[in-house]
Design a protein around this ligand. Sequence first.
Ligand code: GRG
Length: 298
Amino acid sequence: MKTKQYLNEQRLLVEKALAEYMLPAEGLFRQHIEAMRYSLFAGGKRIRPILCLAAGRAVDDAPAVEQALMPAACALECIHTYSLIHDDLPAMDDDELRRGKATNHILFGEAEAILAGDGLHAFAFDLISNRTINTLAPERLLAMTHCIARAAGSLGMVGGQALDIANENRDFPFETLRDIHRSKTGALIKSSVLAGALGAGADSQQIQALDAYGRQIGLAFQIVDDLLNATATTEQLGKAAGSDAERGKATYPAYFGITETRNKAREAVELALTALKCFDHKAEPLRGLARYIETRSH
Ligand code: GRG
């Protein structure tokens, strides 16, 4: 199956599951849940949940496994969406456009947007710990929960954002940029792969290989994000293009120029593909995803 078709089918499956799991906007907390739903259903490529499902398939392609991974896959999307809402706030990147629509705080106000992000963050762990929708063995769920919580927190995404903010308007060595990318964006992407693998019962050799794959595609994803910010249009991206240069942000293109940055993204994807050597045809979706990450246009 072509990667484009696979991505489309998986995205629809994830959206169907999100629609089933997500709290309805009714009752006492209607307005708050409305704000959460607005960003969660505003579109988005759903790459993190798709990676989780694809990593599970690489280990065990029984349809029941994919079904069993769905709550965790959706939890990853909730965490990602919360991070986007908070990242867009005036205190952070102060953006007005996300996924082609007004950002959460523009529509609901700053306080509501903070709470919508907080609500989605907590809801992610509600999903992954809810026994009525999870069929995986408790020890697998616990391992996945720890993997995702660690990646989302202070040693991962939140830590990376803090490092990014602390270094704004400063000159810093390339190694710091690499650390920011690895934690701010890479950690949640890598944990999406590992959570799928843990849920599907991967052995230690498979975990080691997927750890390397996840690290490389996480890096490639942010390098390409830097490239797109510098080269694509706001219409293509559904978010402000050229904002990194405007803010004088350190990025891969700022360090290396466009051509060398493209080479670095390709190198990371090649390393990711090499890491999958021990997997058979069941890892084909993961291979397609790595190539897609290098060539994506938004
Ligand atoms: C805790 C107050 C508080 C804030 C946290 C953690 C955080 C703010 C922000 C996370 C950092 C962040 C948003 C990194 C950018 C990652 C990135 C490249 C996002 C775009 O992801 P895509 O392209 O987006 O997958 P779609 O819209 O397709 O889902």
